[in-house]
Unconditional design. Structure first.
Length: 112
């Protein structure tokens, strides 16, 4: 018997520091692409919310020569109005409270 609720929080590899650094990119490039993605999503988000996943690891972006680029990205993003900096748990809780039942009803209609 099925029970419980299952949701998936989007996770993208485009802004994942580990593979980028393995391919010989550096912190300045990481900052550049994070800001470019944010700018596009912020424009799109004027009409409907968007989610931007930034995957970073302390052993990569937390290095002394790179951490300033992570700070630069976060400062840039948070300097914009209407940005919600949230954990995956906070996003999941919000979705469950506001959209889950609507999504289940839609899925039931299209899977008939």
């Amino acid at each position: 018997m099925r029970s419980g609720r299952l949701i998936c929080i989007p996770y993208t590899s485009e802004l994942n520091d580990a593979p980028l650094m393995r391919h010989h990119y550096e912190g300045d490039y990481y900052a550049k692409i994070c800001k470019a993605q944010f700018d596009q999503l912020y424009r799109e988000g004027a009409e409907n919310g968007r989610l931007m996943c930034i995957a970073f690891h302390p052993y990569v972006m937390g290095r002394p020569h790179r951490v300033k680029y992570l700070a630069e990205v976060l400062d840039y993003i948070m300097s914009h109005d209407g940005v919600w900096q949230a954990t995956t748990d906070e996003i999941a809780e919000y979705y469950l409270a506001h959209y889950y039942e609507q999504a289940v009803a839609h899925a039931a209609r299209v899977n008939v």
